[in-house]
Design a protein around this ligand. Structure first.
Ligand SMILES: [Zn+2]
Ligand SMILES: [Zn+2]
Length: 350
């Protein structure tokens, strides 16, 4: 048998692996895959977030199970075509069983292992909940209206944009509300992050117009640098997009927000202009967009249309707006100075 290969463990003839083992000895010496029988993990008892790779995140149970398995499963070196299947079986609030099947190849031989893993969850408190509990905050947001009290409805709309924002933004442990509540004329919130307050303020201005004012206060020193708190005051204008206002004895429609104030357009002819927030202090709102109606045209001629009065169902005649498009079958009307007026800028929606 000189020169002929044989298994270094048992002396069997070929076929042999690269390490000169027969199949039986290869299998006997190989642990193809391994994972501990128990995996311990932490969940924040207050907010339910899980610690994953040193960050705290919101994650579905089953996805988390797969992640824990990936973190803990070892497959022997040189394995190829490895597939891992996992079935997640919840046991109770704090435990789940992972049924794992691992398949793959080594030295051209197929291997398959089964594992059962108990995933156990213990309580912890995440850093943001720790800070919340300590009433930590970096910024105060003040929601106000220019020259009057914010209505319940307005407050709900304004506050709702913070929830929208928190859904859109990548989760950050400092994006939380420490405290909030009504104050004279508005609503105050304490936020865990200055960046969150600033991002929200920009969103409010884009959506509702208005202005913001920032002030910083020094609250102490930490590691040689100043620690400041931000107060951001948002002032919502007393009018919204689509409202009709009177300014300098003319009627105008609020059509867009710009940095320095709204863009407005005349109701009776094609004229648009930008005005400042200060100019607008002299304006009065004569019809808010929620009080306007979209009504069908019953009859029309070149200058006027008959529509039904939405309050008493009588047929009334309104002048067509200067930009009326003859393909439109309806008009947007507002009740101004005791009569209905058709508004320009209507494109037939609604
Ligand atoms: Zn052998
Ligand atoms: Zn938490």
């Amino acid at each position: 048998m000189d020169g002929a290969a044989f298994c270094i463990a048992c002396g069997s003839p070929p076929p042999l692996t690269s390490e000169r083992l027969c199949e039986n000895c290869l299998r006997a010496r190989t642990v193809f895959s391994q994972v501990s029988e128990r995996i311990q993990q932490h969940r924040c008892a207050k907010c339910g977030m899980h610690e994953v790779e040193k960050r705290w995140v919101r994650i579905e149970d089953e996805e988390l199970g797969e992640l824990r398995l990936r973190e803990n499963l070892g497959v022997t070196e040189g394995a190829t075509a490895v597939t891992v299947d996992m079935a997640y079986q919840p046991i109770d609030e704090r435990a789940a069983r992972l049924h794992v099947n691992v398949q793959g190849e080594l030295e051209g031989y197929k291997f398959e292992d089964q594992h059962e893993v108990l995933l156990q969850t213990s309580n912890a408190v995440c850093p943001s909940c720790t800070r919340k509990a300590g009433a930590y905050f970096e910024a105060t947001m003040q929601l106000r209206s220019a020259g009057r009290r914010l209505s319940e409805e307005e407050l709900k709309d304004l506050r709702g944009t913070l929830d929208e924002l928190l859904d859109e933004l990548e989760s950050d442990p400092m994006f939380f509300v420490t405290k909030e509540g009504p104050v004279t004329g508005g609503w105050d919130l304490q936020l865990g992050s200055k960046a969150l307050a600033r991002t929200w303020a920009r969103k409010l201005v884009r959506r509702f117009g208005g202005t913001t004012k920032e002030t910083s206060t020094l609250v102490g020193m930490r590691e040689g640098s100043e620690v400041t708190r931000l107060t951001l005051s948002y002032r919502k204008p007393a009018y919204g997009l689509g409202d009709v206002i009177r300014l300098k004895r003319e009627y105008w429609l609020v059509s867009a927000w710009q940095k320095d104030g709204p863009k407005i357009r005349r109701l009776d002819r094609n004229e648009r202009t930008g005005v400042t927030w200060r100019d607008m202090e002299k304006a009065t709102v004569v019809s808010i967009s929620d009080d306007q109606f979209i009504v069908d045209i019953l009859n029309r001629d070149s200058s006027g249309a008959e529509v039904m009065d939405p309050n008493d169902y009588r047929v009334v005649t309104v002048a067509l707006p200067y930009d009326y498009d003859s393909s439109l079958s309806n008009l947007r009307i507002a009740f101004i100075d005791d009569s209905w007026l058709a508004l320009p800028g209507h494109r037939g929606e609604g």
